[in-house]
Design a protein around this ligand. Structure first.
Ligand code: SF4
Ligand code: SF4
Length: 340
């Protein structure tokens, strides 16, 4: 659709979000919790922490829950009863808005969507993605771990957002980017003033410190390079990098139950766990942590790119910020680009 542009006073943005909550939307926003900030459901606008750069963990769990029931079964006599996992997940309310995330997090949705629709259409993911409306907030200042610019995005990237907000002086500039965004805002148009595109403030960008194309060129030719074994000796295989990442999406499916009742569940998994590739025979094709982190790099910067012409990384820097061993993917991708 043709993008539309608005401006709104800060107090009207608050009224808009509070109206969405009153209209029975689940509004998920960065929210203070246990001395940190996580995405969580807010009951009113002022519960959102909009000053944080990024919540500690991405909102991936609203697209791919940490654990979810795919179906439940039970037998009574010869009757088999099946309960659909999606119905159990949603209950009665499907209307959900992610408010106040950053453009890097918004970009993760369409990047993951490609994976979940490539050889099999994952109706669980697709249903959640379809029902999510994303209102993002442009970034004002990166930290040392951010590298969205290297990942073909920017602090004001609109990729994956339905609405993008840009802070002005006690007001916000509002870009409405999709039909979903337009239908969310349309009942509340009295709170917004439409403006022309040339009234929108000029975009900004951070300086790139490496070229991701060079990182890929290195990965294309150097599967056996010593870098991988040396650099990841300190990695403890905890998987935090993958669990906090907005685009890592590995999962495992388990059956639990007996002849009378049970369920099939899907849980997050991680390529950083030694057991992830362990065969029943005892053989493991990824023996060292270097092998495992190399896989993560290959998947993000080479394999996904060759299939979908994008990268499986949005440069949010979470994996680095949260790593107990201070393993910094921006530094690593830059190292590899420099080795070519
Ligand atoms: S968070 Fe750090 S230590 Fe843990 S698996 Fe990832 S790279 Fe290794
Ligand atoms: S790999 Fe790291 S920087 Fe890239 S999207 Fe995942 S958490 Fe963010």
């Amino acid at each position: 659709m043709q993008e539309k542009y608005f401006e709104t006073e800060a107090e009207n943005l608050q009224k808009f979000v509070d109206s969405l909550i009153a209209d029975n939307f689940d509004v998920i926003a960065p929210k203070d919790k246990d001395g940190d900030v996580f995405y969580g459901k807010i009951d009113k606008f002022i519960d959102a922490n909009l000053s944080i750069l990024l919540p500690k963990v991405s909102y991936k769990e609203y697209l791919l829950p940490k654990t979810e029931t795919l179906f439940e079964y039970s037998l009574s006599g010869t009757d088999v009863n099946i309960k659909d996992g999606l119905d159990m997940y949603y209950g009665e309310n499907k209307k959900r808005v992610i408010f106040g995330g950053r453009p890097c997090d918004a970009a993760s949705g369409p990047i993951m969507e490609k994976v979940f629709n490539w050889d099999y259409k994952d109706e669980f993911f697709n249903e959640r993605f379809k029902n999510l409306t994303i209102i993002s907030m442009a970034c004002e200042k990166p930290d040392n771990y951010c590298f969205c610019t290297e990942m073909q995005l920017s602090p004001e990237s609109s990729y994956g957002s339905d609405i993008l907000l840009k802070r002005g002086d006690n007001m916000y500039y509002v870009s409405v980017l999709s039909e979903k965004g337009l239908s969310l805002i349309t009942p509340h148009l009295s709170l917004f003033k439409e403006i022309s595109r040339d009234r929108m403030p000029a975009g900004k960008d951070w300086k790139k410190v490496f070229e991701i194309g060079k990182t890929k060129s290195f990965l294309d030719k150097n599967f056996e390079h010593n870098y991988f074994q040396d650099r990841f000796l300190s990695c403890i295989g905890c998987g935090i990098c993958t669990y906090t990442c907005p685009t890592c999406h590995c999962f495992d499916i388990q059956d639990e139950g007996n002849l009378k009742e049970g369920r099939r569940i899907r849980n997050w998994d991680s390529c950083q766990f030694a057991i992830f590739t362990l065969h029943t025979s005892g053989h493991n094709p990824r023996v060292t942590q270097g092998d495992r982190y190399r896989q993560r790099l290959m998947h993000k910067f080479k394999i996904y790119n060759e299939k979908f012409n994008k990268y499986l990384c949005v440069g949010c820097g979470r994996c680095s910020r949260n790593c107990p061993e201070d393993i910094d993917i921006k530094e690593i991708a830059g190292d590899l680009a420099g080795l070519i």
